[in-house]
Design a protein around this ligand. Structure first.
Ligand SMILES: Nc1ncnc2c1ncn2[C@@H]1O[C@H](COP(=O)(O)OP(=O)(O)OP(=O)(O)O)[C@@H](O)[C@H]1O
Ligand SMILES: [Mg+2]
Length: 350
């Protein structure tokens, strides 16, 4: 699930602007010419007795060191660490309020290390970061800003640099999707976007977030989130596979069955579409319930932008109930792209 396109690292001393969406399931970071994605999971590194080079080649940038020690992050952590040693930002084992921002800082450092792959010698690069917090966590915005601002040593298997984070902008997460549509990549205002009341439905891993913007004003009463997300479907598919094949399937297999409806047993394709449809029912009804709770039949909502990794999984049902729904292109990256647009909009003001 990790994605990263390699290119020449930024020049020492240059300034890089980054849109960073730290989700409970997946971290997404976009810059002018890079897209980085990796699972929001980590654990303390363990000594690997064989194939170290192969491991680093398969999972570039997933090994980082900071003042708390050596870490395996993302796909490397999922591949090499037992479930009990995996730390997540959310879920049963996490204690978000205490470790939230420290955890987000470590994920941000890994994202910077991947974007700056190939930069060594502790060269300095200046970074402007635009990011978001779940709407109901915005009270932690100042703290997140304080932990991200400043100079950070980025020490990974693919880079060793000093990141001087010179500017941090924090907004409610769904505003990323709004700015992905109301602003251009240049940071200019998108004159095509003439809607007055704009709704966002962001279907994530653990939460579905709803936000309504009325001509630039965030309307709290018509915004909110529900504890549901793609993980509800992933869990049900995992349970069905375990029931049918008496073994716990790796996360990657469960994801594939969710996306394709096909499970390969002993190399033979097995049709799982019906089970996938059943597994998606809770997510679809939770999304529609939240929308009717906040927007009733949506008569006064001019457009609904559907984003997040789960967007395609609910679009049919949502569009039936709210015909003004638009599925955002590359939906999982919408927030991060919008954050980048916003950072450029701000730069144009000064
Ligand atoms: N096309 C797709 N079909 C099915 N699932 C997808 C697709 N694209 C992404 N996903 C899955 O959707 C899930 C949610 O992705 P997303 O990155 O939006 O979550 P998140 O931002 O980490 O979660 P949250 O918003 O709850 O913090 C991930 O588990 C991802 O693997
Ligand atoms: Mg998200």
């Amino acid at each position: 699930m990790s994605k990263q396109n390699s290119k020449k690292p930024a020049l020492p001393g240059s300034t890089v602007t980054m849109g960073l969406d730290i989700g409970y399931g997946v971290v997404k970071a976009v810059t002018a010419d890079q897209v980085v994605m990796f699972p929001s999971v980590m654990g303390h590194a363990r000594e690997i007795k064989f194939q170290q080079e192969e491991m680093a080649r398969r999972h570039p940038g997933d090994q980082m060191t900071d003042e708390d020690g050596d870490w395996f992050v993302g796909d490397l952590a999922l591949a090499q660490l037992p479930p009990g040693e995996l730390l997540r930002l959310r879920g049963r084992t996490a204690n978000e309020s205490t470790m939230g921002n420290a955890f987000r800082l470590r994920l941000a450092k890994v994202a910077i290390g991947k974007v700056m792959q190939g930069m060594w010698n502790r060269d300095i690069v200046h970074i402007r970061i635009a990011t978001g917090l779940p709407t109901d966590h915005m009270r932690d915005a100042a703290q997140l800003k304080a932990s991200l601002i400043g100079q950070h040593l980025i020490k990974t298997d693919t880079a060793e640099l000093i990141a001087n984070v010179s500017e941090v902008m924090v907004m409610p997460q769904p505003y990323g999707t709004i700015y992905a549509n109301t602003l251009m990549e240049s940071g200019e205002i998108n004159r095509q976007h003439t809607y007055r009341r704009t709704g966002v439905c962001d279907v994530g891993t653990y939460t579905v977030d709803l936000a309504l913007d009325d001509e630039g004003e965030f309307v709290d009463a018509e915004s909110g989130s529900v504890e549901s997300g793609v993980y509800t479907a992933q869990e049900r598919i995992s349970a069905a596979l375990e029931r049918d094949y008496r073994e716990k399937m790796p996360f990657k297999i469960v994801e594939e069955v969710l996306r394709t409806g096909i499970f390969h047993a002993n190399g033979q394709p097995v049709d799982y579409r019906e089970i996938v449809e059943e597994a998606l029912a809770p997510l679809r009804s939770a999304t529609l319930n939240l929308m009717s709770e906040k927007w009733q039949r949506g008569t006064t909502v001019d457009v609904v932008y559907l984003s997040g990794g789960g967007a395609e999984l609910v679009v049919k049902d949502v569009r039936e109930a709210y015909p003004q729904t638009a599925l955002v292109q590359d939906a999982q990256l919408a927030n991060a792209r919008g954050y980048l647009n916003y950072a450029r909009f701000i730069a144009r003001q000064s």
